[in-house]
Design a protein around this ligand. Structure first.
Ligand code: 13P
Ligand code: SF4
Length: 341
């Protein structure tokens, strides 16, 4: 683990401008613990030519102060493929780091904590997908990016929460498997005429939200705009004003500037957006993703100092998984959609 670093006047000078970005969501005493790590991470990144790719669920000190690029799963995958940097530190969960490695086998991809998993990724294996193919020959398999490289390798095409409907419709077939998220699949099924078969996986963060939660937000905060992630159960999405990927939700709030908003998703999202949009009032339901929260500044620093933990994918598996991810990237940027009634 990285050593404990002190908050010195030099650190203060180097990081004061960054504190301006997060001062509404991080109290000063807490900042003094983060700032020495932020200064050292940013120095070391420059020295060794590394970039930090951070998912929207990372905490504000990571998202706003050390990330070179932040975004949803699709944006991070595109950025990993695009960056000239030779070293990528993935501030996110393991499947995201694997996706980066699949797209950029020549780059060194590091994850600060190997245990940063995902309940969706652990709900299905490559062997499960082979069995589905045997039982349902000819039905294309659309796989959510929240899966292991083994599962992607057995799939026809990947999707993310932002392009799932476009991907399903791009196949020009009557019936598809969308695995492993039963709720994303159900939410996609409401927006297309294609029959969508699925798997019994779910996100342990989003499955806990209920339609009653949304009704309670509306009652206690009249006029609140409700945004929800498509990993939520369909009855939650039905109660929401807008459903979209993490970045689509950020885009909605940034463009429309509602007076009051609730993001029915992981806690750090509201903190990250609130830090940039002080004029919007955020009602903050708090469901933490324990996997995303394994990533911390000391672990990112340790990762850069020791070049650990390197994420490797067997080249044969990676080649097949890459085909599925590239098939998705060819579908193009997500089309704007109105929420299904
Ligand atoms: P996004 O692709 O919308 O960022 O979602 C990833 C994720 O893990 C949500 O739980
Ligand atoms: Fe996986 Fe859910 Fe965490 Fe996203 S929020 S990484 S889907 S467990």
């Amino acid at each position: 683990m990285a050593e404990v670093l002190a908050f010195t006047p030099a650190v203060a000078r180097e990081t004061d401008a960054l504190y301006e970005r997060v001062k509404t969501v991080i109290p000063r005493f807490e900042w003094e613990m983060h700032a020495p790590y932020i200064a050292e991470i940013n120095r070391l990144k420059r020295e060794i030519g590394a970039v930090v790719l951070a998912h929207n669920y990372q905490t504000p000190e990571i998202f706003h102060c050390v990330a070179d690029f932040s975004g949803d799963s699709l944006q991070l995958a595109r950025e990993a493929a695009k960056t000239d940097a030779k070293i990528i530190v993935q501030a996110g969960v393991h499947f995201m780091a694997e996706t980066s490695k699949i797209l950029s086998p020549e780059k060194t991809v590091l994850i600060p904590d190997m245990e940063a998993g995902c309940s969706l990724a652990s709900s299905i294996t490559g062997a499960d997908v082979r069995l589905l193919r045997e039982r349902f020959p000819g039905v294309p398999i659309v796989t959510y990016v929240n899966t292991s490289a083994d599962v992607k390798a057995e799939s026809d095409i990947c999707c993310t929460s932002s392009n799932a409907v476009d991907v399903v419709e791009s196949l020009g077939v009557k019936r598809v498997f969308m695995i492993p998220d039963q709720y994303l699949a159900a939410n996609v099924a409401r927006q297309t005429d294609v029959e969508v078969l699925t798997w019994a996986g779910s996100c342990e963060v989003h499955e806990r939200f209920t339609a009653d939660d949304v009704k309670a937000f509306r009652k206690s905060h009249p006029g609140v705009i409700v945004l929800a992630h498509p990993e939520c159960p369909p009855e939650v999405i039905a109660e929401a004003d807008f459903a979209g990927s993490t970045s689509a939700m950020i885009g909605y709030v940034t463009d429309k500037r509602p007076k009051r908003v609730v993001m029915v998703t992981e806690c750090s999202m509201s903190d990250n957006v609130a830090a940039s949009l002080p004029d919007v009032e955020f009602v903050r339901p708090c469901n933490l993703c324990p996997h995303m929260k394994r990533i911390t500044l000391p672990k990112i620093l340790h990762s850069l100092q020791t070049m650990t933990h390197e994420v490797l994918v067997d080249e044969k598996v990676a080649a097949r998984a890459r085909q599925a991810v590239e098939n998705m990237l060819k579908v193009g940027p997500p089309k704007p959609r109105v929420k299904a009634a």
